[in-house]
Write a protein that binds this ligand. Structure first.
Ligand SMILES: Cc1cc2nc3c(=O)[nH]c(=O)nc-3n(C[C@H](O)[C@H](O)[C@H](O)COP(=O)(O)OP(=O)(O)OC[C@H]3O[C@@H](n4cnc5c(N)ncnc54)[C@H](O)[C@@H]3O)c2cc1C
Length: 283
């Protein structure tokens, strides 16, 4: 199933993001997570692609497993460390596994480097990957968008210009980096429409489950109320419940805005997603 064909449904899409576990043995617990998510009837589950192709084997295996379960995978794919020939090889493999949807990304600079280095005979920007995929394959293509700007963006205008380039190169939809202010998402979509980017923009929502989340600089604004709620909890369970309650409220607000879907960063665990949908269905 191509994700672009799902947007005509009269309801927002339900999607979840997972990553290939570091150790091959942990894949079974990921598959249990899929079973737990199954009652939510995911429209698709997206599987991240490690920088430099780490866990590349598992990435294919996980996508193939989802297909076997009857769940549509969205396989992330980055330009990191790949020549065009290698990209073709990997995309051929994904196609062979039955994958129909690719999230086309540039990828982050490898650990220890500050700047993304264009691989020899490879691509320096996601828009080039989108163009290449459009030229050679029939995949449905998603791309990344950043309501609060990409951390390396020269300016808001340049970020928008390059996002438009991805849309014009043939992207079918945008999935956003997570954010905590729905007003930022709404403003982002308005900016896109102003420059005639009309493809669907699926908002990414990250349930914060532990105070440790705040130790990392994610490049997005953290609302003081969220931080205070999670950090002041008297137990890990309470912290998790407060983070989930915040995410559920954020999702309700997004649905009121009429978003084309909700993309939950499930982080290989189903519980938070199940509780968010429980809250949404009870609302
Ligand atoms: C939903 C989502 C999923 C992700 N999944 C993964 C994953 O699975 N694996 C992974 O490694 N990373 C993942 N990432 C992170 C992503 O790889 C990084 O944010 C990366 O730094 C940028 O990727 P991009 O595709 O947005 O790049 P691009 O669209 O190429 O943009 C990167 C930067 O370059 C600028 N730019 C774009 N085109 C040009 C140009 N022609 N000239 C000059 N500047 C330009 C942009 O303004 C931006 O600042 C994900 C991000 C999101 C939002």
């Amino acid at each position: 199933m191509k994700i672009r064909d799902l947007f005509s449904m009269a309801r927002p899409l339900r999607s979840f993001e997972v990553f290939p576990p570091k150790r091959d043995g942990d894949v079974e617990s990921l598959y249990r997570c899929f079973e737990e998510l199954r009652p939510l009837k995911p429209d698709f589950i997206s599987v991240t692609y490690g920088a430099g192709g780490t866990n590349a084997g598992l990435h294919y295996e996980i996508s193939a497993h989802l297909i076997k379960m009857g769940i549509t995978p969205l396989a992330h794919f980055t330009c990191v460390g790949h020549s065009k020939a290698q990209i073709r090889e990997q995309l051929d493999r994904l196609k062979g596994a039955g994958v129909e949807n690719i999230l086309a990304l540039r990828g982050d600079p490898p650990k220890g480097s500050l700047r993304f280095e264009k691989p020899e005979d490879g691509f320096g920007h996601a828009s080039e990957l989108v163009e290449f995929i459009r030229e050679h394959y029939d995949f449905c293509i998603g791309v990344a968008g950043y309501p609060e700007l990409h951390p390396e963006a020269e300016s808001a205008d340049s970020d928008l210009k390059y996002l438009k380039r991805k849309a014009e190169a043939g992207a079918d939809f945008i999935t956003t980096q997570f954010f905590f202010s729905n007003a930022d998402y709404a403003a982002f979509v308005t900016r896109l429409r102003t420059v005639r980017i009309h493809i669907p923009v699926i908002p990414g929502v990250m349930p914060v489950l532990t105070p440790k989340f705040f130790a990392r600089d994610w490049g997005v604004k953290i609302p003081p109320a969220l931080r205070e709620a999670v950090e002041s909890a008297s137990s890990p369970e309470e912290a998790e419940a407060r983070g989930i309650a915040f995410a559920a409220e954020q999702c309700k607000g997004l649905l009121r805005l009429g978003t084309p879907g909700l993309h939950l960063y499930a982080m290989n665990k189903a519980q938070a997603s199940l509780k968010i949908y429980e809250a949404l269905e009870g609302a």
